[in-house]
Design a binder for this molecule. Structure first.
Ligand code: NAD
Ligand code: WQD
Length: 351
């Protein structure tokens, strides 16, 4: 298939490019580079040259386009014919979304409305949307299945995901030609095992794993652990960390939802949790990082972070049953590959 990747220069998008080409698909990237570098796409080309299933350098078409720019998107659609879109583009910093709610709603929701309008005008009605476990709010059940009701989000970022799920589902309801796949990611970490592409956060990382790797590389003095009085094994928050390469291959697997004979057994629209089904605490991650990489991570306990929940992990059985997809990498792989990327690229894509 020929796929449009919005936000394809970013963390998850760049890893998905690798898996798409390895599986024999082709892709075109649009990204406004607000949180990424075009260097990621060049590096994907270099990774593919060494992949046995590809074996030659690949020049991936890239357009520095903002999805809110209708005319620029139209131009891309008039040059290529797409079988589907994998829609990663969006702002994703939870704290920033509280400071700048309008910017988050305008970029994430406004951008998606323009994207889907241009798509349908060009007869492309297959979309995979990057959703998040955040739509479950404080989950009603653990492990979380797709049947678990959506909850109250604690920040505008989360609401953009929840609302976009609703908007895309309504679109599909009104027009059966639309095929909408909602992938709810748990906590993506890790990097391509080559260490060539990885997560490249701007400024102080919000998320646990990039913070740990920046402590390891000497950019930050210590990790603050946000709370040790949660009702979990060691009192720190428990999450379902998933290797970004597994997450990427989940998108390739989800493309089968667009085949005419594909049916979802539970009758739900195509909603899938992408997680491992295992929960690890903050201190589990710190200790695993230290053990696997042999690098100490100094930390101190800080107050709880507003909006955090105690425990969040998936039941990923539906994706295995229906898509034949299951996470392959464990936490040792995740901390090894996160560190490999950070060590080789202490300043991310800025060399
Ligand atoms: P990322 O910031 O690395 O990638 C997003 C990309 O979208 C960036 O390259 C950015 O420049 C681009 N972008 C943003 N607004 C745009 C616009 N208006 N037009 C064009 N490009 C735009 O983030 P990521 O971690 O790769 O996340 C990808 C998607 O997955 C996002 O939608 C995010 O909300 C979602 N998600 C991420 C996580 C996570 O923890 N990383 C978890 C759940 C869901
Ligand atoms: C993980 C655990 C923290 C940083 C967020 C978004 C979610 C999704 C994934 C996009 C928690 C603790 C963290 C630190 C810490 N993103 N922590 N010190 O909060 O589960 O999910 O990213 O959709 O929507 O909310 O991930 O990596 O921020 O935190 O102790 O410096 O690590 O309290 O228990 P989270 P995270």
């Amino acid at each position: 298939m020929n796929i449009l990747l919005t936000g394809g220069a970013g963390f998850i998008g760049s890893h998905t490019l690798v898996e798409l080409y390895k599986a024999g698909h082709t892709a075109v990237v649009v990204d406004n580079l607000s949180n990424s570098s075009p260097e990621s796409i060049s590096r994907v080309g270099a990774i593919l040259a060494e992949e046995p299933t590809v074996g030659h350098p690949v020049e991936i078409p890239f357009f520095p386009v903002d999805i809110r720019d209708r005319a620029a998107l139209e131009e891309v659609f008039s040059r290529y014919s797409f079988d589907a879109c994998i829609h990663f583009a969006g702002l994703k910093a939870v704290g920033e979304s509280v400071e700048k709610p309008w910017e988050y709603y305008e970029n994430n929701i406004g951008g998606t409305l323009i994207l889907v309008d241009v798509m349908r005008r060009h007869g492309c009605k297959n979309i995979i949307f990057s959703s998040s476990a955040t739509v479950y709010g404080d989950p009603a059940e653990i492990p979380i299945t797709e049947q678990c009701p959506k909850g109250q989000c604690t920040n505008p970022y989360g609401w953009t995901k929840s609302m976009l799920e609703q908007i895309l589902s309504d679109l599909r309801e009104a027009d059966p030609e639309w095929h909408v796949v909602l992938l709810r990611y748990f906590n993506p970490v890790g990097a391509h095992p080559s260490g060539r592409i990885g997560e490249n956060p701007n400024g102080i990382p919000n998320n646990l794993m990039p913070y740990i790797t920046q402590v390891a590389v000497g950019k930050r003095a210590e990790l603050g652990v946000f709370g040790n009085d949660y009702p979990t094994t060691d009192g720190t928050g428990v999450r379902d960390y998933i290797h970004v390469v597994d997450l990427a291959s989940g998108h390739v697997a989800a493309l089968q939802c667009f085949q005419p004979d594909f049916h979802s057994a539970d009758g739900q629209p195509f909603v899938y949790n992408l997680g491992t089904g295992h929960g690890y605490s903050v201190l589990d991650m710190v200790k695993t990082f230290e053990r696997v990489n042999g690098v100490p991570i100094p930390y101190s306990i800080k107050p709880r972070r507003a909006g955090d929940i105690a425990t969040c992990y998936s039941n990923p059985a539906k994706a295995e049953r229906e898509l034949g997809w299951k996470a392959q990498y464990d936490v040792a792989d995740m901390v090894r590959d996160s560190w490999c990327w950070q060590r080789k690229n202490p300043d991310g894509y800025q060399r």
